[in-house]
Structures are given as structure tokens and as C-alpha cells.
Ligand binder design. Structure first.
Ligand SMILES: Cc1ncc(COP(=O)(O)O)c(C=O)c1O
Length: 351
């Protein structure tokens, strides 16, 4: 029985072309010490990413988490406050690192489908009064994972950035799945980040590269981000080994994300027909959630049972289960996965 792994798009393995690109770069003598800026493949990837994102410069980092933290720390001072969506990766899933490593004070606010409205931001910004921490940044996550892979539209990003900039705040975009948003809207990714000061994109999620993320912004930001990355232990040596698959990821793997989105819609359609499974809004990209409240069981137990039927999901969301589609699952897998969910739900009803 083939395992259908819907835990995350991070489970995607590198393509043969990515592995070939590593070997080809090695044979061509293009690797070097990236801490001294001497790896030609890293330099090519960074230039390509900056161009795609419409920014002056970009920097390769080890992971999305490191990219978010580098972006925050490079643009803030310890003791300052950062406005974050209450279910965002920056706030919930980074081990509290913005506070513990960066001395930053997170100010969580409720978004609408993951979007912090300009009004919500305005209400969260503290006056210039010594009672308060100085509010200096806001993070926008696009797509928003926990809200269900929701897309924040360019005009929404612009409106938020306008409010932030009027109050002297910087804007960081956690674009771990920025290309999913761009593909869903059928627009260039740079249109989604033209008004933000920094952006992080992941190579290792739907784009299938094995490792790595990039941050991008002005030359000045990247200069500071470089220093911050080094302090965080993120200076790598022959990092071209990571960058070579990353180039393939950016060149060849973006447009196919629409297949993942179509599979997520198909899965949603099938899951919607299962009694007592509450399916959240139709997916805008490659992530969807179901709720198990009507079955009265928690996600962890359900995930364990589903695993016995060959479908993997993370059961860490209370009574919610997340499904993420990606390159390594097919349309047929969606039908099988929905059947496994139905069988699992029935097995609980019979107990
Ligand atoms: C929205 C979002 N931001 C950041 C990250 C962090 O990326 P990484 O796992 O590479 O640290 C993730 C990872 O799943 C994510 O979903």
C-alpha cells in the first residue's frame, strides 16, 4: 500500500534535475566559500531571487524560520514590539525565538482569514509613550498557513503596508508559500511584495528543493541581514550544493503549483460529502482543514487511525486536521485519501 503523505509540502523530495544540477555545478568548479561570497551558484540564486521578487538584493538562509528571524532582527532593536497575526508562523511556530533570541515583544492580533486589516494594525500600534514598548514592525504571512493556505491579495498587502509606513513601522512578509499565492492569483510574485520592506520565501516546500529559503529587500537590508545571519550561525560554506536545486525550484517548479491547488480542491470536494466531518472553506491554494467536533474525537487519535489506512496527516491541531497537497501526491491519491477519511470516521462512529 502506497503511503499518501499529506502532512506538509516539506516532504517533497528533490527532483532528478535538482540532483543533476548539483553535480553539474561541481564539475564546472562553481562552488566556493559563500561566507566570503565566493560560491558562484549561491550568487546566481540570490540574483535570480532578487529579480523575481522585484527587490535590490537577496540572501540565502538555512530555513524559513531563520529567514523570518534574520528579517526581524535586522530591522528592529531589542525591546521593540512586532505586530503578528495570532495564528501566524512567526508567533506560534518559531519556539518564541523572536522574544528569546531577539528580545522582541510579539503583539498578537486577530486577522481576517489570516489578514491583519489596516484598522487592526492601527489599533495595535502604541503611542510614543514610555509606558509602552515601541511598535516597530508588522508581519504579513502569505499564504497564511493556519487560516487554511489563504491568499492575501496585493491590494490588501499595500493597504497594510501604507498604514504601517505612515506610523514608521517596517513590514516583513513571511512568504514561505508566496508562490502559491502568486499562482492562485495568476500574477508575478513581485506584485505581492512591492510594498514590503523584507520578504522570506521557502525553496523547500512546494517548490521541492531539499533545503533553504531566501530573504530579499533593499541593499541596505541585505547588508544587515548578512551580518545577522552570521551571528545566528547561518554562514554556510559551499552552499552552492543547496543553491543549485534552489535555482531549479525557482525556474521550473513554480507554475506546477496549480496542480497542487487543483488536487486540494478535489480533496475538499470529496471530503465535503462525508457525514459528520466539517470541512472548512474551499482551499485557495494547497492547504485545507477539516474539523472533527461532530465526531467528538481529537485530531491526534484520528491521525493515528488514518495512518493505519495509509494516509499521513499531522494530528497536532486539537480538533482540526490539516491536509497539504504537493508534487508527490496525485489526483488518484486525493480520492483514496478521502475514502480513508470516510472509513476512519465510520470506525469511530461504530465504537
Ligand atoms: C508560513 C510559514 N512560515 C515559515 C515557515 C518556516 O519554515 P522552515 O520550516 O523552513 O523553518 C513555515 C514552515 O512550515 C511556514 O509554514
Amino acid at each position: 500500500m502506497k503511503t499518501i503523505d499529506l502532512r506538509s509540502d516539506t516532504v517533497t523530495l528533490p527532483t532528478d534535475e535538482m540532483i543533476d544540477a548539483i553535480v553539474a555545478a561541481h564539475k564546472a568548479g562553481r562552488f566556493g566559500d559563500d561566507v566570503s561570497g565566493e560560491d558562484q551558484v549561491v550568487n546566481e540564486l540570490q540574483e535570480k531571487a532578487a529579480k523575481i521578487l522585484g527587490k535590490e538584493a537577496a540572501l540565502l538562509v538555512t530555513s524559513g524560520t531563520q529567514g523570518n528571524l534574520v528579517s526581524l532582527f535586522a530591522q528592529t532593536k531589542r525591546g521593540e514590539e512586532v505586530v503578528v497575526e495570532e495564528l501566524s508562523h512567526s508567533f506560534v511556530f518559531e519556539g518564541g525565538a523572536m522574544a528569546s533570541f531577539g528580545g522582541l515583544y510579539p503583539m498578537p492580533v486577530k486577522g481576517v482569514k489570516g489578514y491583519i486589516t489596516p484598522e487592526t494594525l492601527r489599533d495595535a500600534i502604541k503611542p510614543d509613550d514610555p509606558h509602552y514598548a515601541r511598535t516597530s514592525m508588522v508581519v504579513v504571512e502569505n499564504t497564511h498557513n493556519y487560516a487554511g493556505g489563504t491568499v492575501i491579495r496585493p491590494e490588501q498587502v499595500s493597504a497594510l503596508a501604507r498604514m504601517a509606513h505612515e506610523h514608521g513601522l517596517k513590514v516583513h512578509c513571511d512568504g514561505a508559500r508566496l508562490f502559491n499565492a502568486a499562482v492562485a492569483l495568476d500574477i508575478p510574485a513581485k506584485d505581492l511584495v512591492k510594498d514590503v520592506d523584507s520578504v522570506m520565501i521557502s525553496l523547500s516546500k512546494g517548490l521541492s528543493a531539499p533545503v533553504g529559503s531566501l530573504v530579499a529587500g533593499s541593499e541596505e537590508f541585505i547588508h544587515e541581514a548578512h551580518r545577522t545571519r552570521k551571528k545566528m550561525g547561518g554562514g554556510m560554506r559551499q552552499a552552492g550544493i543547496i543553491a543549485a536545486p534552489g535555482i531549479i525550484a525557482l525556474e521550473k517548479m513554480v507554475s506546477r503549483l496549480k496542480e497542487d491547488h487543483a488536487n486540494a480542491r478535489l480533496l475538499h470536494e470529496k471530503l465535503s460529502k462525508i457525514p459528520r466531518i466539517v470541512v472548512e472553506s474551499p482551499p485557495e491554494t494547497n492547504i485545507l482543514f477539516i474539523r472533527l467536533d461532530k465526531l467528538g474525537i481529537d485530531a491526534e487519535k484520528f491521525a493515528d487511525e488514518l495512518k493505519k489506512r495509509g494516509v499521513l496527516v499531522y494530528g497536532e491541531y486539537g480538533s482540526r486536521i490539516r491536509f497539504v497537497t504537493h508534487r508527490m501526491v496525485s489526483r488518484e491519491d486525493m480520492i483514496k485519501a478521502a475514502q480513508a477519511v470516510e472509513d476512519t470516521a465510520k470506525s469511530f462512529q461504530m465504537r
